[in-house]
Design a protein around this ligand. Structure first.
Ligand SMILES: *Cc1c(COP(=O)(O)O)cnc(C)c1O
Length: 464
C-alpha cells in the first residue's frame, strides 16, 4: 500500500514543499524561504504539527471542519463506498444511491421550496453553476438579456473565473481578470465605512444601493443578486439588522433572483442549519460546500427552488456539469457528516452552549486597549483592531500590517486565528467545548497583549 509518511524531518519536508508545491493565495518565494508549517494530525479542535506542537484550530481548517477532526466514521463510510461503487457519473440518464440520498436529505434540511440539488466539487464550482443557471432560467423565460448578476464589494464567492468575478475582491480580479455581466455594490461594513451614521441607517443605505443599481442597469437586464448572509473571507462582516430585510424587499419588488452563498454559513455555523434562517432570508438558490462534508471530502452544490428547477428541467438539456458532480464517495461522506451533525445535536450545542459561552468572553475582548468592536454570530466571530476606539481609526501605514503581526503572535502561541486586514477572525469547529473555549481565549488574550506591546515598542500604535 502506498502510505504517506510524516517521517522526514521538518526541514526536509519544507524543502520539498518549497521545491514542488505551489500554495493557493500565497507569496510562493517568501514562503519557500521561511518554510511552511507542516500539519500532521487532527483530533476534535486540535491540530498537531511535525514538531509536535498542539495547536487549537480557531478556523476549523478553512471554515469547514464543522464536526471536528478525526471522526473515523467518515473514513469507514468512504472505504465502504469505494469498494461498492467508487465512481459513476450522473450525466447520461444514470444516478446512484449516495447522490440520491444526499440530494433528498438536503431538500429535507433546506428551508422553503429549496428542493433540488445540482452537485459540484467545491463552492467555487457551485457558484459557476449558479451563473449559468440563472442566465439559463431567464433565457427560457424569454428574457435572455436578463444576465447581469449584482454582488458586493469585498464579498467572496470562490476563485474560479466565475466565482472570482462574483467576488468583490479587486486583488483577485487583478490576477487574470473578471468575466462580463457582474456588477458590485457597497458592502454593509459599518465599522470601516459607516462614518457618523448609526449601524441601522447605514445598513439600510447599503441595501438601497441594490435598488439604485437595478434602476441604473434596468431591471430588464438584471438576473440575480448574490450575497453571503455574513461575509466570511471579507472579515466576518455581520450586517446591521436592517440590511437583509431591505435586500429581501428589493429583490421581491423587482422580481430578481436571490442567491444566498451559504458556503460558510451553512451547516450550523450560525446556530441554525443555514444562515438564511438566522437572518430571515428567502433565497431562490443556496450555494453550499465546506461544512457540507466538514471538509472530509471535496463537495459543493447549489440547492435550487422548485420554480427554477422545473423551468430549467422542462426546457431540454442544461449544458453544464462536472465529472465529479455528486461523486459517490464525497456524497457518502457528506451524508455521514450530516448524520453526525443531526444525531449528536451539534447545532443545538452551538446555539445553547458554545455560542453563549464564547460570546460573553469574545465580547469582553473590547476591554483590550486595541480591540474596537467584537462580533459573534453562532461560532463565527471577528474583532476590529484599532489605535483609537472612539473614532474607529485605522492604523497608520499599510492596512493589514497590524493584523498580520497579531496573527504571527497567535501562531507562535499555538492558536490559529486569521487576520483580514486589521480584523482578527475565528470560526472554530462547532464541537468546541467550554473548556476548549477557555484555552482559545487565553491564547487570544496573550497574543493580543504581545502584539500590543510590540506595536508600542516599535512606535506603531498610531492612527492613520
Ligand atoms: C470558500 C468559499 C467559497 C469557495 O469555495 P471553494 O470550495 O473554496 O471553491 C465560496 N463562497 C464562500 C462564501 C466561501 O467562503
Amino acid at each position: 500500500m502506498n502510505k504517506i509518511t510524516n517521517h522526514l524531518p521538518t526541514a526536509e519536508l519544507q524543502a520539498l514543499d518549497a521545491a514542488h508545491h505551489m500554495h493557493p493565495f500565497t507569496a510562493g518565494a517568501a514562503l519557500a524561504k521561511k518554510g511552511a508549517r507542516v500539519m500532521t494530525q487532527g483530533k476534535g479542535v486540535w491540530l498537531t504539527d511535525s514538531e509536535g506542537h498542539k495547536i487549537i484550530d480557531g478556523m476549523a481548517g478553512l471554515w469547514c471542519v464543522n464536526i471536528g477532526y478525526g471522526r473515523s466514521e467518515l473514513g469507514v463510510v468512504a472505504a465502504r463506498q469505494m469498494e461498492e461503487l467508487a465512481y459513476y457519473n450522473t450525466f447520461f440518464q444514470t444516478t446512484h444511491v449516495p447522490a440520491i440520498a444526499l440530494a433528498a436529505k438536503l431538500a429535507e434540511l433546506a428551508p422553503g421550496d429549496l428542493n433540488h440539488v445540482f452537485f459540484a466539487g467545491s463552492g467555487s464550482e457551485a457558484n459557476d453553476t449558479n451563473i449559468r443557471l440563472v442566465r439559463r432560467y431567464w433565457q427560457i423565460k424569454e428574457q435572455p438579456q436578463k444576465r447581469i448578476i449584482i454582488a458586493r464589494k469585498n464579498g467572496y464567492h470562490g476563485s474560479t473565473m466565475g466565482g472570482g468575478s462574483l467576488g468583490g475582491m479587486t486583488y483577485i480580479h487583478a490576477h487574470g481578470g473578471k468575466i462580463d455581466g457582474i456588477e458590485h455594490i457597497g458592502q454593509p461594513h459599518w465599522w470601516a465605512e459607516g462614518g457618523e451614521m448609526t449601524p441601522e441607517a447605514f445598513g439600510l443605505m447599503r441595501a438601497q444601493e441594490l435598488e439604485a443599481k437595478i434602476l441604473e442597469l434596468g431591471v430588464e437586464n438584471v438576473a440575480a443578486f448574490i450575497g453571503e448572509p455574513i461575509q466570511g473571507a471579507g472579515g466576518v462582516i455581520v450586517p446591521p439588522s436592517t440590511y437583509w430585510p431591505e435586500i429581501q424587499r428589493i429583490v421581491d419588488k423587482y422580481g430578481i433572483l436571490l442567491i444566498a452563498d451559504e458556503v460558510i454559513t451553512g451547516f450550523g455555523r450560525t446556530g441554525n442549519w443555514f444562515g438564511s434562517q438566522t437572518f430571515g432570508i428567502k433565497p431562490h438558490i443556496m450555494t453550499i460546500a465546506k461544512g457540507l462534508s466538514s471538509g472530509y471530502a471535496p463537495i459543493g452544490g447549489s440547492i435550487v427552488c422548485d420554480e427554477i428547477a422545473k423551468t430549467v428541467g422542462e426546457a431540454g438539456d442544461f449544458n453544464h456539469g462536472y465529472t465529479y458532480s455528486g461523486h459517490p464517495v464525497a456524497a457518502a461522506v457528506a451524508l455521514e457528516n450530516l448524520r453526525i451533525l443531526e444525531e449528536e445535536k451539534i447545532i443545538d450545542h452551538v446555539r445553547d452552549v458554545a455560542h453563549p459561552y464564547l460570546a460573553e468572553r469574545w465580547n469582553a475582548l473590547t476591554d483590550h486597549p486595541m480591540v474596537g468592536e467584537a462580533k459573534l454570530v453562532g461560532l463565527m466571530g471577528s474583532i476590529a483592531l484599532t489605535p483609537d476606539k472612539a473614532t474607529r481609526a485605522k492604523f497608520a501605514g499599510e492596512e493589514g500590517k497590524v493584523g498580520f503581526r497579531c496573527r504571527e503572535r497567535c501562531f507562535a502561541n499555538d492558536l490559529i486565528m486569521r487576520h483580514v486586514g486589521d480584523r482578527m477572525i475565528i470560526a472554530p469547529p462547532l464541537v468546541i467545548t467550554p473548556a476548549e473555549i477557555d484555552v482559545l481565549m487565553e491564547r487570544a488574550w496573550k497574543s493580543l497583549d504581545e502584539c500590543y506591546a510590540g506595536l508600542k515598542a516599535d512606535g506603531l500604535f498610531v492612527s492613520a
